[in-house]
Design a protein around this ligand. Structure first.
Ligand code: GLA
Length: 743
């Protein structure tokens, strides 16, 4: 059996948290800090209600950083003990908390920051908090009202009890069972055959396990079961149970596999589900195709570098017809270099050949004041490596980008936080730390591959990761970046919060970015400038005028549906401000292996959610910065990043963002106008279940007859009159393009 997916798993629902008492609703909230907020006697009647499972920023506390408290009054009935086979401990699941927390029960401090040592201020924002107590602990008030108080610290960006699982439960024997779906990958063979190995593991020294394992595959659209199997199991801590199931999938689309284990003694069942990945992008052809945008911006006299993105059987031979004086093309690598002295639009023709034939494409080199005319396509180290980024990891990513992605237009290799040394040189110059022995040689390596190199800093004295920022060294840093050959600077507000006044005016928000833009302009390089200040002061309204090529519109993204959908579907407000050279940035991609630190995991988004992610970001004309370990790109992730018809939506020269045109019953339709007069249309199902939907063209203000193309499958669907109907899996998308052909 051929292995198509090097690494892949996705858990989409986890019923390991069998909750006896739901604590999803009824929370009260107050910003600020006081020891009395922990007390059960404290009167919180006038506190504001708040939802958990989403940040406080999204609920009217915009940009609030610092301490705050959540409180909940809840009765814990002693009857929940009766249902449990084991009667040892009770568990409070409090979800993920950004950044740190302390949990109080009836005025007593039970634990801090998910049980990790250290202060609440060094919280693990991404860790699920679970606090346990023995059932005979006198701090629990059985059959009476209990007060849960959670003290939260947020150091920057979004804050609060923002995601995860919530509930109070008696821990049972099944809590010691792990259904492991992540150690092994899906394997796909011919004729839609698949196989997957799963493991049943025990984490208990005390108990052995016996029971039944039920495997079911369902079609999430029709809810019909397409495969089922039940097997007897027997396992212990040193003796896991392994099983490989084999199934044939009816089609190339979304299916969900569920593994449930019923334990013999307690009769309790636990279950885990995962979506099975499916590849929609057709295989890249051996014939030549020129990809990427139709336009590229450069400033007069600045060194130009543009690698013609093309796919097809190698070797490829490149040429440019009408290349203006001052520029030259390397026919073997396809890299155009040189510089232009006069402003103007230079219309050229790109030509690429291989043994099977040739392709040509009209292309404009626009020499003027604006660069980054289409959104940046690249990679950034943060969502995978966090502060553990190194020269080696950056080079490995560059090599992979060159080999697998550059032909589709991917260009930037951006180093995020964690490259800076502890001290500046005596001259005041910024120095890279030991992990980056030679920045200049790194940039030569990256440029040699036809790619570009980006770097990260803060206008404050410190970056968000605590490294040195550019405060009071702006010109010096810009010059150093120029000397190193940097092409992209991400500039992150972070500790500038301590420099700016408490409630900054618009001018104060602009000040540090204007200062650095001016410093970068003095360097004779085209340096893309990416503002990272999470949308403060409605940055989309003024980011372009002070020279931002992109600006973050929100706090940090993570690989959960809550984060992805919260960010992605709230982008209608900044949408009108996207324009060539200046784009909204809803943060970097969370597909593939991510982790924000040395250890990585597969993105926890389902395949449908990942199609939604890429489709929506392209519709929004967002910079696309891959956030995963590029040396572990599996076939599914590659399929997301190499669909040229999808990428063309992002790279469209008109530079407009899609707007949300229609919303009903958790279906949203976003429409993006394109340079050729056509429209790109994303129909999204935000529901937890699959939905059939009919979209009336009149609701989208489109003509009553449309020829539609499915962009992921790169397939014409035909001509539709008045409406288009489709079934979309939970959190999935259909990405369409209208066609101008006369009907
Ligand atoms: C902030 C930014 C992230 C990343 C980190 C680095 O959180 O929003 O994208 O750059 O800082 O510390």
């Amino acid at each position: 059996m051929k292995i198509l997916f090097a690494t892949f798993f996705l858990i989409i629902s986890l019923s390991l948290f069998s909750q006896d008492i739901s604590i999803n609703n009824g929370w009260k909230f107050k910003t600020g800090d006081s020891a009395v907020f922990a007390s059960s006697n404290f009167n919180d009647n006038d506190w504001a209600p708040i939802k958990i499972g989403q940040s406080w920023e999204s609920q009217g506390y915009e940009n609030y950083d610092g301490f705050s408290w959540y409180r909940l009054h809840v009765i814990i009935p002693s009857s929940i003990k009766d249902k449990a086979f084991l009667k040892e401990r009770i568990r409070f699941d409090l979800g993920k908390i950004d950044d740190g927390d302390e949990f109080y029960l009836n005025g007593n401090l039970i634990g801090r920051n998910g049980g990790r040592p250290g202060s609440i201020k060094s919280g693990q924002y991404d860790a699920q908090r679970a606090y346990t107590l023995l059932l005979n602990d006198t701090r629990i008030l059985w059959d009476k009202e209990n007060v849960i108080a959670v003290r939260v610290w947020d150091g920057g960006g979004d804050g609060g009890m923002y995601d995860g699982k919530y509930g109070i439960s008696i821990m049972d024997v099944t809590d010691y069972v792990n259904i492991n779906t992540s150690d092994n990958n899906f394997e796909f063979g011919e004729n839609k055959k698949m196989a997957k190995k799963i493991l049943l593991q025990s984490t208990s020294d005390k108990y052995d396990f016996n029971g039944k394992l039920r495997i079911t595959i369902t079609d999430p659209v029709s809810d019909s079961v397409i495969f089922k199997q039940t097997i007897g199991t027997d396992f212990a801590k040193d003796r896991p149970f392994e099983y490989t199931y084999k199934a044939t999938l009816p089609d190339n689309r979304s299916y969900v596999a569920t593994y449930s284990f019923t334990e013999n003694r307690s009769g309790k069942e636990i279950a885990v589900s995962e979506s099975i990945p499916f590849v929609l992008t057709p295989k890249t052809a051996a014939t030549v195709k020129i990809n990427g945008p139709n336009i590229f911006g450069v400033r007069p006299n600045a060194p130009l570098q543009y690698a013609i993105p093309a796919t097809g059987a190698r070797p490829l031979v490149y040429d440019v017809i009408n290349l203006p004086n001052g520029l030259k093309i390397d026919k073997q690598t396809g890299i155009i270099t040189g510089s232009l002295t006069s402003k103007g639009d230079y219309k050229v023709r790109l030509v690429v050949k291989n043994k099977l034939g040739s392709a040509t494409k009209s292309f404009t080199i626009a020499c003027g004041n604006t660069i980054g005319l289409t959104p940046a396509l690249g990679w950034n180290s943060w969502n995978c490596w966090g502060l553990s980024v190194s020269d080696e990891k950056v080079k490995a990513s560059a090599k992979q980008m060159f080999e697998k992605l550059a032909g589709h237009g991917w260009t930037y290799i951006n180093i995020d936080d964690g490259w800076e040394d502890a001290n500046r040189a005596a001259s005041g110059e910024i120095v890279a730390n030991k992990k980056f022995p030679d920045m200049k040689s790194l940039s030569n390596y990256v440029h040699g591959l036809g790619l570009k190199l980006g770097i990260y800093s803060s206008p404050g004295p410190r970056t968000c990761g605590g490294y040195l920022g550019s405060y009071q060294h702006e010109e010096q840093d810009a010059k150093t970046y120029g000397d190193w050959g940097i092409d992209y600077v991400k500039y992150d507000w972070c500790s500038y919060g301590n420099i700016a006044p408490k409630n900054p005016s618009l001018d104060e928000y602009k000040k540090p970015y204007t200062l650095m833009r001016e410093a970068l302009n003095k360097v004779n390089r085209d340096i893309m400038f990416s503002f990272c200040q999470y949308g403060m002061g409605d940055v989309w309204k003024w980011g372009a005028e002070i020279g931002g090529n992109s600006w973050r519109t929100t706090g940090d993204i993570n690989d959960s549906w809550g984060s992805l959908s919260g960010i992605g579907f709230s982008q209608d407000k900044p949408a009108p401000y996207a324009q060539p050279g200046h784009f909204n940035d809803p943060d970097m991609l969370v597909v593939g292996k991510v982790g924000w630190g040395p250890s990585l995991h597969n993105s926890r988004l389902t395949p449908d959610e990942q199609y939604t992610h890429i489709s929506l970001w392209c519709l929004l004309s967002s910079p696309l910065l891959i956030g995963c370990d590029m040396s572990q790109l599996d076939d599914f992730t590659l399929n997301l990043l190499t669909n040229d018809e999808v990428l063309a939506i992002d790279q469209d020269g008109l530079g407009k963002s899609a707007r949300k045109i229609f919303e009903k019953d958790n279906i949203q339709v976003w429409v993006k106008p394109l340079e050729d007069g056509n429209k790109a249309i994303g129909i999204f199902n935000l529901n937890d279940k699959a939905q059939k939907t009919t979209i009336n063209f009149s609701d989208l203000k489109l003509s009553s007859q449309l020829r539609l193309r499915d962009l992921w499958r790169q397939k014409d669907l035909g001509v539709f009159k008045k409406s288009f109907s489709i079934a979309i899996p939970s959190h999935g998308v259909v990405l369409l393009k209208t066609h101008a052909e006369k009907m």
